[in-house]
Design a protein around this ligand. Structure first.
Ligand SMILES: CC(C)(COP(=O)(O)OP(=O)(O)OC[C@H]1O[C@@H](n2cnc3c(N)ncnc32)[C@H](O)[C@@H]1OP(=O)(O)O)[C@@H](O)C(=O)NCCC(=O)NCCS
Length: 379
């Protein structure tokens, strides 16, 4: 009889694969993509440069970046059948629509049947361009507005905001959104990336692997938390102020409820992404004439730190940042996918390049073996 080792609940601290994409040090609060510290990337890079970095493990030259920008621009206009399908979906549950539409994209992908590394790379680029257009267009349709064609002159962040609002975004809004995309692009073996790699390891194609990732991202313990943070802030209300924020959060903690946007499986210190998002939430909130969301968030952070010794994660300040950019709650988690598709696809390509089926074991804790089979009438 084979015996299997007892698992660590939630595979905590279990190393499940080797990867050259993302370096995480949860004790020192370090996050780096292919060796580049997230703080440097957030200060200096663009999302497109980060995509190139994740896919190629090095920063692009100007010519390589230009090529990638052209490929993304080519990918952004959505196939007409996708727009038609989008119109038939019930409005409002945007993350489900993103999942369905991403799945449907495979039917219209010219490389669908080609599993060569070159074709898979083209599909990675295409999915990154297309998912952004899907989310922006869903945002418009949720409000009863029609789709906006992408503008090839604008970059990825600018195009998203333009396709969402039909207005040319300011330089400040574009850069803030670009930084948010950079911060969310990859995070090692988080749940959705692991799901993508497990699917890819069967050598299924890239679309179903990304669909698996989107399904995992939706959960409130993962990407769904950013929308829950905004729901919490709205529950306190714009006039609530830090005192009400503190009272609401203390009451939740007393009821043993989790506060969305806090805690992390890997970080035991400040999440380096939260450092940038905190500042963005403050600056953008002030500019939008709504500093109170940040003020309430700060008080919540202080209470959760004092009571539970937990730090904000990437989702906490991204909520008030997106709100200050005028983005609806229902798009918060889909926006996570707009960025993370770059990391998911990088991991899928890495899995394909050095694959072994991912097939772990379970510790059996069910009824003792063997049980005697009882005919149905004598049970
Ligand atoms: C991220 C998360 C899933 C990590 O979970 P985990 O490593 O499995 O940690 P656990 O859920 O086992 O939590 C450990 C302890 O901290 C507490 N805790 C963790 N996150 C908490 C939160 N956000 N609010 C209040 N308490 C929290 C748990 O209640 C538990 O306390 P206990 O030991 O007294 O029961 C968890 O922190 C969480 O649910 N956070 C809220 C959702 C969120 O923001 N998700 C986005 C992650 S980027």
């Amino acid at each position: 009889m084979t015996t299997v080792a007892k698992p660590k609940a939630g595979l905590e601290d279990t190393v499940a694969t080797s990867s050259a994409i993302c370096y995480l040090d949860g004790d020192r609060g370090v996050l780096a993509y292919c060796g580049y510290d997230i703080h440097d990337l957030a200060r200096h890079a663009t999302f497109e440069e980060v995509c190139y970095l994740l896919w190629h493990r090095r920063l692009p030259t100007r010519a390589e970046l230009g090529d990638l920008q052209s490929q993304l621009a080519e990918a952004r206009p959505l196939p007409e059948p996708i727009l038609r399908l989008m119109r038939t979906l019930p409005p409002g549950i945007t993350m489900d629509a993103v999942r369905t539409l991403t799945s449907a994209l495979s039917h219209y992908d010219s490389d669908a049947a080609d599993q060569s590394p070159q074709a898979n790379y083209r599909k990675a680029v295409r999915l990154t361009g297309q998912i952004s257009s899907i989310v922006a267009t869903l945002g418009r349709m949720n409000k009863g507005a029609g789709p906006i064609q992408p503008d090839p002159v604008l970059g990825h962040a600018g195009n998203f905001l333009y396709m969402l609002t039909s207005e040319r975004p300011s330089g400040l809004a574009t850069r803030a959104f670009d930084v948010a995309l950079i911060l969310h692009a990859d995070h090692e073996l988080n749940a959705s990336t692991f799901a993508a790699r497990v699917a890819a390891a069967t050598f299924t194609d890239i679309h179903p692997a990304i669909v698996a990732a989107i399904g995992s991202l939706k959960g409130p313990l993962h990407g769904g938390a950013n929308a829950d943070v905004m729901r919490l802030l709205l529950e306190i209300g714009p006039d609530g102020g830090p005192e009400k924020a503190e009272a609401v959060v203390r009451a939740k903690l007393a009821r043993k409820e989790k506060i969305p946007g806090f805690g992390h499986r890997v970080y035991h210190t400040e999440d380096p992404r939260a450092t940038h998002l905190r500042q963005m939430s403050k600056d953008l909130g002030q500019r939008a004439g709504e500093p109170f969301w940040f003020e309430m968030s700060q008080r919540i952070e202080a209470v959760v730190k004092a009571e539970k010794n937990l730090n904000p994660n990437v989702d906490f300040y991204s909520a008030s940042t997106y709100h200050a950019l005028g983005i609806e709650i229902d798009l918060f988690t889909p926006i996570f996918a707009v960025s993370r598709v770059s990391g998911w696809t990088a991991h899928v390509l890495e899995q394909y390049a050095n694959n072994r089926l991912i097939r772990p074991r379970a510790e059996y804790i069910g009824p003792e073996y063997p049980q005697r089979y009882q005919p149905i009438d004598s049970r």
